[in-house]
Design a binder for this molecule. Structure first.
Ligand SMILES: Cc1ncc(COP(=O)(O)O)c(C=O)c1O
Length: 356
């Protein structure tokens, strides 16, 4: 009999739709991927060119990860022994799922949740229970508590992508202390929200808080994510899973330089929060839209039956936002990233021209 396992596996892969990247519209105003254009282009150019000056990529980055983790430790005020890094937080989530979960491990999350996480659960056949958002795009903490006994892993992105929702700190803390499986709190947008649970890791052995330099630091292309967790998990992850050189020398050096200038990140975050409010208030004026509150660097709104027309009309004018369609009872969801003041004004003007 022919040994055709490889052929079968390839066929299986060919049937998976996988994570959907946004459409590539050339020269577009990119408001589709929750990137950060408020932090100056000079910020990233300077760190990259300085990183390049001190790097020698003929060598492996021996000791590099350790220096990066020490810098993260200073920035976070958390011991180095509780910090690990990855090639984007995507990779950290992937490594956790592929090594700790299986067909027998049940994941509890929200619907919607971060698309990449959901896709990875599907890829590894990890069963998932997803609690839906209510029609005002909020979640009921009680529903999570009710389900917690039957699940092994709790994954929540806080704030949530794509809704922008974040639980009240007290509520999430209570849920975390009552859940006895593994808890992953994904704070990719944490700096734009009201709080972080990072400190809770010191007393909560089963909590892993995942963060990234992609959003608040505006370094999505650098691919640098990190997590905070108990010492034993962190040691195993760093020594066994993430061994020996998971991120490049240039990423390490650039990351260290960026963390040393975190004031620039904080200034950008403040502007983004103000601009988020301006976008929300402006588009709330249109009866055609239902606009949801957001604690992230994007705004979700339901444009009902006209969402495709609005998406296409914006794309024609070179403005790219994210077309999501149905979320729960909301049929026509669109998500727009908060860009620079100028970018946001262009978006708002285009909306006014379409609906005004
Ligand atoms: C909730 C959430 N987690 C993680 C990520 C991935 O971030 P990274 O660029 O660090 O891989 C994203 C990116 O969009 C996200 O929305």
């Amino acid at each position: 009999m022919k040994n055709d396992w490889f052929e079968k596996k390839v066929k299986e892969f060919s049937l998976i739709v996988g994570y959907q990247k946004p459409e590539l519209i050339s020269d577009a105003l990119k408001l589709d991927s929750n990137e950060n254009y408020v932090i100056s282009k000079k910020f990233q150019q300077d760190i990259i060119s300085n990183a390049q000056k001190i790097s020698d990529v003929r060598e492996y980055p021996l000791g590099g990860i350790e220096r990066l983790i020490d810098q993260l430790s200073k920035f976070l005020q958390i011991p180095s022994s509780m910090i690990g890094v990855g090639n984007g937080s995507d990779q950290i989530l992937d490594l956790i799922l592929s090594n700790f979960a299986s067909k027998e491990t049940k994941v509890l999350t929200s619907n919607p949740t971060f698309g990449f996480f959901e896709e990875r659960c599907k890829l590894y056949s990890i069963p998932m229970t997803a609690i839906p958002f209510s029609s005002d795009m909020t979640l009921d903490i009680q529903e999570f508590s009710n389900q917690s006994k039957d699940n092994d892993i709790l994954y929540l992105d806080s704030p949530n992508n794509p809704t922008g929702f974040q639980f009240k700190k007290n509520d999430l803390q209570k849920l975390v202390t009552s859940f006895d499986g593994m808890i992953i709190i994904d704070e990719a947008y944490g700096e734009f929200g009201d709080y972080s649970l990072a400190d809770m890791v010191k007393s909560q052995e089963n909590l892993i808080v995942v963060q990234t330099l992609s959003k608040s630091f505006g370094l999505a292309g650098l691919r640098l994510g990190y997590f905070i967790a108990n010492k034993k998990f962190t040691d195993g992850f760093n020594r066994v899973l993430q061994y020996p050189y998971p991120v490049s020398t240039l990423t390490i050096e650039s990351g260290i330089l960026a963390l040393k200038q975190s004031d620039q990140m904080k200034d950008a975050v403040e502007i983004i929060k103000e601009e988020r409010q301006r976008i929300i208030e402006n588009i709330r004026k249109y009866d055609a839209f239902e606009v949801f509150d957001s604690k992230a660097n994007f705004v979700l709104f339901d444009a009902h039956g006209s969402y495709k027309r609005i998406y296409d009309a914006l794309a024609e004018q070179g403005i790219s936002i994210r077309k999501l369609g149905k979320i729960g009872k909301h049929e026509g969801c669109l998500r727009v990233t908060v860009g620079t003041k100028e970018m946001n004004s262009k978006f708002l003007l285009a909306i006014r021209d379409l609906l005004g």
